[in-house]
Design a protein around this ligand. Structure first.
Ligand code: NDP
Ligand code: ZN
Length: 351
């Protein structure tokens, strides 16, 4: 079969591979729609997880089941399914603790385009199919469904970890597709004021659509000053970090109130340490919590998030700014994610 792969650091291209084989609990799926991710860019062009050779990329998609293992109960060939970016080992102790993302090792729930071939292929393999796939509701198109693999669950995970409450003032730093879903998730959880930090005009327009009340452009000066001017007083209740770099934590600490929560969902591709300013952190006693999380995978999460789209509570269409028809456009779509033109939020390829 053909697949689009990371050939090595800074190099991508088409490869030929053997078709994957399903174990008793697994499934083989062919993609119907796929979307490249900024994480693929960190992986290939920043070497964030080290070198990989001929590793097929992609972890966001909707597909059609081709084959299931003998012990798979709830899916059959022909089913249209949403595939989560994170496909944990559900029997692992870490999963029983509630951290399936780290089943059998730190970040090990993240398999596609990390420890095994991803979705940018004619066929791909899904481990523990009953636990890691969800039927695509007929009201949701495969293109829209791709946003349930990673963008919606990651943004909403950011809002959940920030424990957004009714009336909160929230700063969302970074409003690419992930940050936009953090804005949407915060809005649904009842935040009153949402300050969205970004610069691309398209992202700003869509941030307002999802509930941002204030826009802060980090290219117009220090965001700490800008946010303090806007909210005054003690600072914001919560910060969700969905963009920036290791220095962004310093800014987050400087804008949050005592007892606030900083929730990171950004993939830190470069830098060795994160800076936490001593004074801003209340000399270490400010009750400011910092949490960073990989999105939860699995079937239940996708089924519940899909209901939000199905029943009209969440519209992911504004995220899909660039649409391609045909598998051969995979490279073009991935490179768009690397170059980030001003009008881009997410590209999607219908296979
Ligand atoms: P984008 O690159 O599309 O968005 C990044 C955002 O951050 C943009 O709004 C950008 O602004 C803004 N930004 C860039 N630099 C700064 C800065 N110095 N200060 C403030 N804001 C800044 O990325 P995505 O939305 O696709 O992804 C966001 C992150 O989430 C990525 O690192 C990705 O790998 C990660 N991720 C994490 C997952 C998880 O499970 N935790 C899963 C999936 C993705 P501008 O408008 O100028 O572009
Ligand atoms: Zn991703």
């Amino acid at each position: 079969m053909k697949g689009f792969a990371m050939l090595g650091l800074n190099k991508v291209g088409w490869v030929e591979k053997e078709c994957p084989v399903a174990g008793p609990l697994d499934a083989i799926v062919r993609p119907l729609a796929i979307s490249p991710c900024t994480s693929d860019i960190h992986t290939v062009w920043e070497g964030a997880i080290g070198d990989r050779h001929n590793l097929i990329l992609g972890h966001e998609g909707v597909g059609e089941v081709v084959e299931v293992g003998s012990l798979v109960k709830d899916f059959k060939p022909g089913d249209k399914v949403i595939i989560p970016a994170i496909t944990p080992d559900w029997q692992a102790v870490a999963s029983q603790r509630g951290f399936s993302q780290h089943s059998n090792g730190m970040l090990n729930g993240w398999k596609f385009s990390n420890s095994k071939d991803g979705l940018m292929a004619e066929f791909f393999h899904v481990n523990e199919a009953d636990g890691n796939m969800a039927l695509l509701p007929k009201e949701i198109s495969p293109e829209e469904g791709t946003m349930l693999s990673d963008m919606v669950p990651t943004g909403f995970h950011g809002a959940n970890n920030a424990e957004i409450e009714y009336g909160d003032t929230v700063a969302v730093i970074g409003i690419g597709p992930v940050g936009l879903m953090a804005v949407a998730g915060s809005n649904l959880r009842g935040a009153a004021r949402i300050l969205a930090v970004g610069s691309r005009p398209k992202c700003i327009e869509v941030a307002k659509f999802y509930g941002a009340t204030d826009i802060v452009n980090y290219k117009d000066g220090d965001i700490v000053e800008q946010i303090k001017d806007l909210v005054g007083g003690e600072g914001v209740d919560k910060v969700i970090i969905a963009g920036g770099n290791v220095d962004t934590f310093e800014q987050a600490i400087k804008i949050i109130r005592p007892g606030g929560i900083i929730s990171n969902i950004n993939y830190l591709g470069t830098g060795d340490y994160i800076k936490i300013p001593r004074v801003g952190w209340g000399l270490g006693m400010g009750h400011i919590r910092v949490i960073g999380g990989l999105m939860p995978g699995g079937r239940k999460n996708m089924e519940y998030l899909a209901r939000l789209i199905k029943y009209g509570k969440l519209d992911v269409k504004p995220l899909l700014t660039h649409r391609f028809k045909g598998f051969e456009h995979t490279e073009e779509a991935l490179l768009l994610m690397k170059d980030k033109p001003r009008d881009l939020i997410k590209p999607v390829v219908t296979v």
